[in-house]
Design a protein around this ligand. Structure first.
Ligand code: FNR
Length: 364
């Protein structure tokens, strides 16, 4: 079917399962252990309900904002995810092109299957790309990479800290990592392991990534530093106040790392309750389980600056390539706009806690 036949992100996921290879589906869909976190990431949004305002002038609305200081047409960015080429020969370049056409930010994974040169060549003039970094056990190799991506014009470094070791991803482990042989990742693989794709690509990553690595990184780059993978209030405070990073992303890696890590929306709610000042002063993002425009609006009502989506883009890319990635953005745009109108707001800065309740408790 054409991309327009998919009317929501669930439709795209169902098609992806049908058309992707077994290895690709297993790698993309895989989650840790019993997928408690994966399922909770989405269900957490169901505990928040709107308190909509009616009879406002809402025909003209705007969804534009800045994310990580970069202009964006939506409060949505494309998460870094490895190996887009398992789903389509043009790989990450499809997501870069779609992001450029639609005016949103794409973060390129350290384990991308397209080189950073390819990603840069696929972008539009003026389009901003962010680079997601895993620290290499060999810090000298990380330094070389940092210099390279800086010179290439990436606008920020997103340091992922929730994947010290790969989570136990059983779907991925059961599938073979055969398809990976033709898939040298941009950063260099450690080779097939028989443990699934995740293990095969992550051998260079340093399990001992430490807080001191943030100042280490800051001494080596002028780019803004974003920390991805914060999972509790204490670490959010530490990253923003003690280590002064530009932004944090509350994330559990889409439920692929520690099972029973809380949903990012739950951590955001705790931040809202315990440190609302932090949310006002700093940029806090969430990702994981975002599948509806209303999910995005709820996160923004609690004080998030924006949200990231991971798997929907891998799925859209696997089914239709660039057009599939664009379809994901179109669906989100339409749902966000409809949600804003029905909630009674015309711009993102009007989203506020008063428009939400948590279970039966009024916020704001
Ligand atoms: C990821 N994610 C990820 N994160 C990261 O920082 N570097 C990476 O290379 C990858 N690779 C990756 C591969 C695949 C197949 C998935 C599904 C995810 C995590 C990603 O950035 C994001 O946190 C989650 O995907 C968000 O959850 P949803 O939207 O997939 O539910």
């Amino acid at each position: 079917p054409p991309p327009s036949a998919a009317i929501n992100l669930h439709d795209i996921e169902i098609l992806a399962e049908k058309v992707l290879t077994r290895t690709a589906w297993a790698y993309y869909r895989s989650t840790a252990d019993d997928e408690a976190t994966y399922l909770e990431n989405s269900s957490a949004f169901r505990r928040f309900w709107f308190r909509p305002r009616v009879m406002n002038k809402i025909s003209q609305i705007s969804t534009t904002t800045t994310l990580f200081g970069l202009p964006s047409s939506l409060p949505v960015f494309i998460c870094p995810a490895a190996l887009y080429r398992l789903g389509h020969p043009d790989g990450e370049m499809n997501a870069v092109r779609a992001a450029g056409q639609e005016g949103i930010i794409k973060s390129i994974s350290n384990n991308a299957s397209c080189s950073t040169e390819e990603c840069m060549s696929a972008k539009l003039p003026g389009q901003d790309l962010v680079f997601q970094l895993y620290l290499n056990k060999d810090r000298a190799a990380s330094e070389v990479l940092i210099k390279k991506i800086e010179a290439q014009g990436f606008k920020a470094i997103m340091l992922t800290v929730d994947a010290a070791v790969p989570g136990k991803r059983e779907l991925d482990q059961r599938a073979k990592d055969e398809d990976l042989k033709e898939m040298p990742s941009a950063s260099g693989n450690s080779g097939s392991s028989g443990m699934g794709v995740s293990h095969a690509i992550s051998g260079y990553q340093d399990p001992d990534i430490l807080w001191e690595d943030i100042p280490w990184l800051r001494r080596r780059t002028k780019l803004p530093i974003i920390i991805k993978g914060i999972q509790c209030v204490e670490d959010a405070e530490k990253a923003l106040e003690e280590y002064g990073v530009r932004a944090i992303i509350l994330s559990n890696h889409g439920g692929r790392e520690l099972d029973f890590s809380p949903a990012p929306m739950t951590v955001l709610y705790e931040l809202y309750q315990q440190r609302p000042d932090l949310l006002k002063k700093h940029e806090v993002y969430i990702d994981g389980g975002v599948r509806r425009g209303t999910d995005v609006l709820k996160a923004l009502c609690l004080g998030a600056r924006g949200v990231g989506l991971g798997r929907p883009f891998l799925y859209g890319n696997g089914v239709w390539g660039e057009e599939g990635c664009r379809r994901v953005i179109h669906i989100m745009r339409e749902e966000i706009e409809t949600g804003m109108r029905l909630l009674g707001v015309t711009s993102l800065d009007q989203l506020r806690p008063e428009l939400l309740s948590y279970m039966d408790k009024r916020l704001g």
